[in-house]
Design a protein. Structure first.
Length: 91
């Protein structure tokens, strides 16, 4: 993986430098591509948080055996999601 990153990072940097002189950030194609990349990044973030992080926490034997702990964890999850939604609406 380190070799792959070492080979592809300079290629990406060179490509970005080459494109930066002709890039128009108000063009419709640029906005569509930016939206696609933002949506993919958000999808990866949501997947990683829900599947990899939360699933491991909620499948913990300590969590499974304690109903109050489960209730508290679910309430904290909903409160956090609600506060982040409020923050997103405000920002």
């Amino acid at each position: 993986m380190a070799v792959f990153f070492s080979l592809t990072a300079p290629i990406g940097i060179s490509l970005g430098i080459a494109i930066s002189s002709t890039y128009d950030d108000t063009a419709s194609a640029a906005l569509i591509i930016q939206g696609i990349f933002n949506a993919a990044s958000a999808g990866i973030l949501v997947y990683m948080s829900l599947v990899d992080l939360l699933a491991a926490d909620f499948k913990n034997p300590r969590m499974q055996s304690n109903g109050r702990l489960q209730l508290g964890a679910h309430l904290a999850l909903l409160l956090g999601a609600g506060l982040m939604s409020l923050l997103a609406r405000w920002a």
